[in-house]
Write a protein of this length. Sequence first.
Length: 175
Amino acid sequence: MERLSNYRQLVARVDELCARIEGDFREGIFCRRGCDSCCRHLSLFPVEAAALTAALAEAPEGLATEIRERAREAAEDGPCPLLKDGACLLYAARPLICRTHGLPLLGRRDGERFIDYCPLNFQGMESLPASAVIDLETLNATLAAVNRLFVKESGGDEGRAEERITIARALRSDV
């Protein structure tokens, strides 16, 4: 079985969910090419890093070289090394967090539930229906389970499954 199949299935489900929300609330969502304020240098689970590494390996040589150079120069607190001219250089392979950015996410902080989304989105809406909200705890738990299985199947140290890897490190292929 292909090492990334579970992750790719999760990505497909998240993409379907995001596409439905974006379709249902097209008028209320500002996110588009060039809107990149959320495109920061993030950290990933090993399974996400492996997916980015695989996508980079399939990229045209010139693009791959440019991406690796950008990864070498990236600052941990700066913009994502994949961000160029307001767009992601590996858009089809972007991590889950990038796929859901800007959309309403249901989370929990200090025991309280909250909904967070880009302040440019859903302006003028008094409330959001439940169908527009992504349960972040469920998504994160599913991603963590997929990651643990990936680490186990890859022969890695299962105790390090929760380790985070920066996007730049993943792109430098030293994961």
